[in-house]
Design a protein around this ligand. Sequence first.
Ligand code: NDP
Ligand code: 8X3
Length: 260
Amino acid sequence: MNKTILITGATSGFGKAIAERFAKEGYTVCITGRRAERLTEIKQELEKQYGVKVHTLTFDVRNRKQVENAIAELKKQVERIDVLVNNAGLASGLATIDEGDVDDWELMIDTNLKGLLYVTRQIAPMMRAQAGGHIINIGSTAGKQVYKNGNVYCATKFGVEALNQAMRIDLLPYGVKVTAINPGMAETEFSLVRFKGDDERAKNVYAGIRPLRAEDIADIAWYCASLPQHVCINDVTVTCLTQATSVYAIKEAERVKPSH
Ligand code: NDP
Ligand code: 8X3
């Protein structure tokens, strides 16, 4: 049976890579984001390369009405959603609690928590009616340990961790799997967004390390989604080789090299 995945925030980074990974596996792919042009480009690429159907939904996850309308439209085009990836999210700024920009806080809370909830509220009843499905929530190592200046971003990802656990309990009777993937440092547009277009500052985050790639996360999402029906991975925390926790990482140059 042809399966369908809905991925929020698929115009770049993890979401885009996950769209490609599932398209390669023959899924019908529904991609969302605010940047309509990018969605169209990705749709054309994936349909051409993998011969699958791609639906695009342009909306801001912070806008509840837009979310409801877009998903109501989608329901006219697809019968079911087998996998939902709640991925759309961002960090905005990096500052202490006494100096942080309240607009940044609202942006992160509205996107990472409220946006995730708005989408889930539309899709979970479909999965309940199907008596099956899989919700994959993209959390973070920042939702495991708080780091300096990360305050509100970390709080949103701790929130995702809580919602991930809660969803699994609430949807258990309906055979819906719920999985969190919690990545550490990964080079996407994440830092460029956090530092508001400051490319140099963004690049500096990954200087001297070999960070995770979006494709690594896509492979993990595929692994989680392709296990036998009775197996549900609850959460996966994944870092690059030189990152141990949210707050402790070393540079590649500090790694002991094999002696022979
Ligand atoms: P990117 O910036 O590359 O991608 C973020 C995606 O989210 C984009 O497609 C963007 O689409 C979408 N998005 C952001 N805000 C909104 C919004 N208001 N409405 C709709 N879509 C939105 O970053 P990543 O791929 O790295 O981030 C994906 C997720 O992974 C986020 O939740 C992030 O917190 C998390 N994460 C990232 C890590 C990293 O180091 N990169 C590590 C751990 C977790 P558009 O702009 O077109 O709307
Ligand atoms: C993104 C990872 O460490 O930049 O969630 O916050 S980090």
